[in-house]
Design a protein around this ligand. Structure first.
Ligand SMILES: *[C@@H]1O[C@H](CO)[C@@H](O)[C@H](O)[C@H]1NC(C)=O
Ligand SMILES: *[C@@H]1O[C@H](CO)[C@@H](O)[C@H](O)[C@H]1NC(C)=O
Ligand SMILES: *[C@@H]1O[C@H](CO)[C@@H](O)[C@H](O)[C@H]1NC(C)=O
Ligand SMILES: [Zn+2]
Length: 977
């Protein structure tokens, strides 16, 4: 899956100061994801049926002694989440018939028939097959199951029943099944085609005046069992013959191309039956099928050419041409990965489908990749460069999985980080192929490395790996999809690829894919094949085996900070903790020491040193004269760097005199490291502030972005205090020359700069300049917005600049500007545009307007329920909005709890956002009072966030007390000529 559900790096990159947009997206996505999770929670109700195989009819019998979820665990195999190893699937015939209109009970349903062919590996009289929410008592229908042996003779069953907690259909057999013999289990069932974004589900959209229905799938991680009974674990690979039955005018697609269409009469109506070609051996979580009225562009392919098509709503694809960009980049990316993996694309076609309702960002189903509309569709006149970057990186991510993940699959979900971390790294390589002049590979440092370090520096972090037996239930599996798996996974795999060099990495990778195609692996299998590649050559040598190096990074949480003393040449490492007093309770067999590839650069050399102990001495690290030493070149290593004061002085001196002598990525690194080292009390906060001085001369995006995200904490702590006056003046002074630089190169912000990072630089500059009060910036925003208001059928504001211009115009304007944007928000049918407008509505400085927006957020006829929390959070983004939001949340707590208390992700985020500025004793008291007042209602899934908010407020109070005075003086001094 793409990481869309927990983070949107694009929007985040674009609006740090108006940081509302970033969080809005994160939360919007999180809501969908947590709703999905919430809906998957089963009750422990047990339905029982027994089937008499000889007559084929079934009758209900009393429940056998199956415990409910609250009972103590039993020894029954069906009460454990993992499948026993007594049978192995070989093939499935799956026929599904979705009804795309409500039945008499007002439900959308689907009928299904499956035959699962399997081989018995140990004598057994018990078959467990996953099945979830199929034949719910709601349908008053029981499982119709028939077991046959390899001669197709029926085998007598004793009993079949559903175990809801572990999601099994339990089949007990009269006689023992024999090893090495093949059997088949036939089932008939009914499921609900619900709008719950999981399994076989329903999505809707409006075209003209008509509501259109889509039946589509999302199986990962454990929801194939919600579409048809199957052995639903990634190592249980099998082939699939999928057949779909539906009414015209719908069409159908699946992992493989259709091979046959027939029509049948049923209930006086005509149905189309489409049979799809047999799939290769694959995991159940990658199965997909869709029935819709979607249209496509591209080519379906033929015997000699892989088909590549982009599918979506007719209006989006054919009228607005929103799929054209995806079509343009998909083939080059697919070709790139064939070369990179040295393995042909394994399937005859690759379809990319844009769905109006989708839980994650995208899903790599083999041959039929599904996406949120915002992750696949792109409309040049409406979408921004950030939207475009998201499309190309998500496509690259999903196509990377077609080999790494789909052809070769992890054995069990505990290795998810390898699958997702790998794809999150190579997505940059694939996107780089499609957009060769973007330098997109550099951005991994901001989007993944720096970002996840913030999480991984907490004592509450966790290692990449987990033990197989710690991950069992669907809920435990869902929890693994976090930023550690995606972004830390990507960061350490990139580090590995860099120290091996890409040719060696690619060599080992190809050998791994070849050895395990259509099979499953554990992460150390990859290390082994990379080691083979290393052993087969002599030009790259490593101090230790790959496994020994990598174990330190994957088996223990966190990362080191290395400190280089350039007077003595000593280097030391220690576990980097943002709060040095925090208590690390998780033990590590390596004592939180790492094997660290230290790449470094001095005036005369560039080289690598392997730090293998807590401390070392390196002659080359001794620096004399005015020279400096810089370590972790281009941040290819997953660690932070600190220096002795002299070297810091020399680096800062270099930045202030001729900054381009230091590579652009390292200019961002110096800032990000310095601010984090200051938070951890490794260096003075004023030293960190010193690293921002050169920025008035630097027009590059990456260093500025590092500074803006580091300083956002300062804004939160100080924007209601007397520090903010001098801070604002300092920021204005720093951005001013950069603003006029961009004004000049873009002909007063009318033409876009060529490179991707320069476009981001322009956006950042404009939003910074406007928010720190550069008058020309505010004027520009009002002018452009005013022009749109005068001729409201024509929005000439460039999509890149819209978030900033909308926000500035609404912040500086009054009711008229706000009402205009509100109307536009209601009218637009472009999801990306709606998002930009909705977050800008929170930029108003009028308390009554903000309060009204808070009220609107609870009215689903005005703001969709999935956007409620992100809207409230975005209001809390400004200092005015923050206190209004805090009042609102306190007075509406029980209502909010009713609506969202059970959808974990988003609800916790709400507390986190609303309390983010808290840094006084008074606020701490209020927070504690809030906790006491609502003990009866409860905090549901925000419980942990509330505890963290109290802890963070305490830490903030301490930090402000210790640093406020020095920071104020620093800002004041920096303004003196
Ligand atoms: C069968 O119908 C589907 C539409 O549902 C179409 O895409 C496909 O090309 C047809 N295939 C054959 C073999 O006729
Ligand atoms: C599956 O479909 C293939 C054609 O794609 C056909 O040759 C094969 O017989 C089918 N297998 C089963 C078990 O139905
Ligand atoms: C899959 O890999 C395992 C080793 O992990 C090997 O024992 C087995 O034979 C392989 N299976 C196939 C079908 O290649
Ligand atoms: Zn993925």
């Amino acid at each position: 899956m793409a990481k869309g559900f927990y983070v949107s790096k694009i929007v985040a990159a674009v609006a740090i100061l108006f940081s509302v947009a970033a969080v809005a997206t994160i939360i919007a996505l999180a809501v969908v994801y947590s709703e999905e999770k919430a809906k998957n929670n089963n009750n422990s109700e047990v339905t029982t049926t027994s089937t008499s195989a000889s007559t084929g009819t079934s009758t209900a019998t009393p429940a056998p002694s199956v415990p409910s979820a609250s009972s103590p665990p039993s020894d029954n195999l069906w009460d454990k989440y993992r499948l026993p190893k007594n049978v192995k699937p070989v093939h499935y015939d799956v026929e599904l018939q979705p009804h795309l209109e409500k039945n008499t009970a007002g439900l959308y349903i689907f009928n299904g028939k499956t035959t699962a062919f399997f081989v018995c590996s140990e004598p057994t009289n018990l078959i467990l097959i996953h099945s979830n929410k199929l034949n719910h008592t709601l349908f008053n229908k029981e499982f119709h199951a028939i077991l046959r042996d390899d001669a197709l003779k029926e085998v007598q069953l004793t009993k079949t029943f559903l175990q809801k907690t572990t999601q099994f259909l339990v089949v007990q057999v009269n006689s023992m099944l024999q090893p090495n013999k093949q059997y088949s289990l036939y089932t008939e069932f009914v499921g609900e085609l619900a709008d719950d974004l999981a399994g076989f589900y329903r999505s809707e959209y409006v075209e003209g005046t008509e509501t259109k229905i889509i039946a589509t799938t999302q199986m990962q991680a454990a929801d194939a069992r919600k579409a048809f009974p199957c052995f639903d674990e990634p190592a249980m690979k099998a082939t699939f013959n999928i057949t779909l039955k539906y009414k015209p005018p719908y069409g159908a697609m699946s992992n493989m191309p259709a091979i046959r269409n027939t029509t049948v009469e049923e209930g006086g109506q005509q149905w189309i039956v489409t049979a799809f070609d047999k799939t290769p051996k694959m995991s159940t979580y990658l199965v997909a099928f869709i029935v819709s009225e979607f249209v496509s562009i591209g080519s379906p392919g033929n015997n000699s050419a892989t088909g590549v098509q982009i599918w979506g709503r007719k209006k989006a694809i054919l009228e607005e041409k929103q799929g054209d960009y995806a079509l343009k980049v998909t083939k080059p990316i697919l070709d790139f990965f064939e070369t990179y993996y040295r393995t042909p694309y394994p399937l005859p076609k690759s379809d990319q489908v844009a769905l109006p309702d989708f839980s994650a960002g995208a899903m790599e189903n083999w041959g039929l990749v599904t996406y949120r509309e915002t992750a696949l569709l792109f409309e040049p006149d409406v979408s921004s460069i950030g939207n475009k970057e998201r499309v190309v990186t998500v496509i690259a991510h999903e196509l990377a999985h077609q080999w790494f993940g789909n052809l070769v699959t992890i054995k069990w979900w505990n290795d998810l980080w390898l699958n997702e971390g790998f794809a999150s790294y190579v997505e940059y390589l694939g996107a780089n192929k499609a957009e060769e002049d973007w330098n997109i590979k550099d951005l991994i440092v901001l989007n993944d490395v720096h970002r996840v370090m913030a999480v991984d520096a907490l004592a509450s972090s966790h290692p990449l790996t987990s033990n197989e037996d710690e991950v069992n239930s669907p809920a435990q599996i869902s929890e693994l999809f976090d930023s550690i798996a995606y972004s830390k996974g990507a960061s350490v795999i990139r580090m590995l690829s860099e120290f091996l060099t890409e040719p060696l990495f690619v060599e080992g990778l190809a050998s791994y894919l070849k050895s395990f195609e259509y099979n499953n692996t554990v992460y150390s299998d990859l290390w082994q094949h990379l080691q083979l590649a290393v052993d087969n050559q002599t030009s790259v040598s490593l101090p230790l085996k790959i496994q020994q190096i990598m174990d330190r990074w994957v088996l223990q949480m966190g990362f080191p900070v290395v400190k280089i003393d350039t007077t003595t040449g000593t280097i030391t490492q220690k576990h980097f903790l943002l709060d040095p007093k925090s208590n690390v309770t998780r033990p590590s067999q390596f004592n939180y020491e790492w094997i660290v590839p230290i790449t470094y650069q001095t005036a005369t050399t560039q080289s690598i040193y392997w730090l293998q102990t807590k401390e070392g001495t390196v002659n080359e690290f001794k620096i004399t004269g005015g020279n400096w030493l810089l370590a972790n070149i281009n941040v290819t290593g997953y660690y932070r760097v600190n220096y002795d004061d002299n070297n810091w002085d020399r680096l800062l001196n270099q930045l202030n005199t001729f900054h381009t002598a230091i590579p652009v990525i390292n200019r961002a690194q110096i800032i990000d490291d310095a601010f984090n080292l200051a938070r951890a009390q490794e260096i003075n906060t004023t030293r960190a502030l010193d690293t921002t001085k050169f920025l008035s001369n630097d027009t590059e995006y990456m260093p500025w972005q590092a500074a803006l995200s580091s300083l956002s904490f300062f804004t939160q702590m100080f924007d209601r205090t007397d520090v903010y006056g001098p801070m604002k003046k300092y920021m204005k002074k720093q951005i001013e020359p950069v603003f006029y630089y961009f004004q000049n190169v873009t002909s007063n912000f009318t033409v876009r700069p060529a490179s991707l990072t320069d476009q981001y630089g322009e956006i950042n500059t404009l939003s910074t300049a406007c928010s720190y009060g550069i008058e020309d910036c505010g004027k520009l925003a009002l002018e452009q917005f005013g022009k749109w208001m005068q001729n409201d059928s024509k929005n000439e504001i460039h999509p890149n600049l819209r978030s900033t211009i909308y926000c500035t115009a609404i912040a500086n304007g009054g009711e008229t500007e706000w009402e205009f944007a509100w109307e536009k928000f209601k009218q637009t049918d472009n999801a990306q545009e709606a998002e930009k407008l909705r977050s800008a509505l929170a930029c108003s400085k009028e308390p009554w307007i903000l309060n009204r927006l808070l009220e609107y957020s609870l009215d689903s006829s005005k703001i969709r329920r999935q956007d409620t929390i992100s809207t409230i959070s975005s209001v809390s983004g400004s200092s005015i909005g923050q206190s209004l939001t805090w009042d609102f949340v306190r007075s509406r707590w029980s209502q909010l709890y009713e609506m969202f208390g059970k959808s974990s992700f988003s609800f916790g985020n709400l507390i986190e956002r609303v309390t983010r500025r808290f840094s006084t004793d008074f606020e701490l008291q209020q927070l504690k009072q809030f906790k006491a007042d609502n003990q009866n209602t409860g905090f549901g899934t925000a419980e942990r966030a509330l505890e963290q908010a109290i802890e963070k407020t305490l830490a903030n109070i301490k930090w402000v007390n210790e640093n406020k005075q020095a920071i104020k003086i620093w800002f004041e001094d920096s303004l003196k000529p």
